[in-house]
Design a protein around this ligand. Sequence first.
Ligand SMILES: [Zn+2]
Length: 401
Amino acid sequence: MPTPASQDTFEAGAFHPDYGTRRVAGSLNIDGGMATFTSDAGLFAFPLTGLQIKLGGASDRLVFLEHPNFPKVSIFTSDHAILDHPSFAQDRTLTRARDRIRRRKLVARCITFGLLALLIGAVAGVWFAKDPMVRAIARQVPVEWEQQLGDTAFQQISARHKLITDPAVQRQLDLLAKPLLAVVPQDRYPFTLHIIEDASLNAFALPGGNVAIHSGLLLAADTPEEVLGVLGHELSHVTYQHGMRSMIQGVGLFAIVQAFLGDATGLLAVLANNAPFLLTQKFSRDFEREADDQGFRYLEAAKLNPRGMISFFEKMRREEEKMKEQLPGGEELEALSFLSTHPATAERMARLEQLLAKSPRKDGFTKVNVDFKEFQQALRASLSAPEKGKRPAKVDPKSGK
Ligand SMILES: [Zn+2]
């Protein structure tokens, strides 16, 4: 494509003593060695020889043309194409001035892009640092406050559900969990285990250390290791402060950054009286994975066979499928479900299998020193009458075991 014939006329404006203090709009023509400005108010011209060009105006948006012989006159245009006019290439002074302007524009552009890159970097940095920031802030939340929040949420649950308080059953559960709890750091809060009378296979943990297991889960488990696998996962939700971190994440990046910089008032205002949130939240995929991994490590450290964790996942998976068959509409599982639907159960199991394969303690796990059948019998005996009949059948009665 041929380059278009060089442009000679540009939209322009001018200051001229004849026009008073106002500027006048018109057009500028470069031709025949002259720069000619035409407007309704009249016409005047500069010779190109001796012409001075420079940038000016806000952000150097304008090109100014001035001539020492006409010190009070100034022509300007926002059309930077004027710098490419061939007439300017013929005059060495003008060429130099033009090159100076181009360099200046280049530097300005570099600075602009540099600043933009910095800004994007800063925003991205804040975004990627969001998780560590949330983690750091969660650590700063006073323990008592976190416990109070968890206790309030637990009170709301226990008002609607029956707790099994039989001391003999509780003692056996505590005994069962003892080796696991021994390796879980409890410097921040002690853990309290609860049994909720409910036939569903569920367990959940609240900030501050309340961990609840449904009777249905305890009765559906075939081995104490399966119960311990679920517990390891739930305890990890507590030690990793997943409930608190979800709440903090929920209040938005601005409040987080603010809190991180030392002003937590906005964050606290949003979090105050937010205990009900804990009952409806679903943990993120990352948090579930983190709880699986850490739960696995707790079991490993306690010399408890993590195989139980995997086999209970398998039970849950079959239960899930059964529920889907029974409820073709797909009734939502409870929000606090141990087995949240994401990440997929199969994916979580595969991950745990990998961890087990890599585990330095592939065998050499200690036997749990609890009569599990006796514990289940005592638990069943403590259920209220209607629930006893509703004991969930083995997930797959045909599978034997
Ligand atoms: Zn979980």
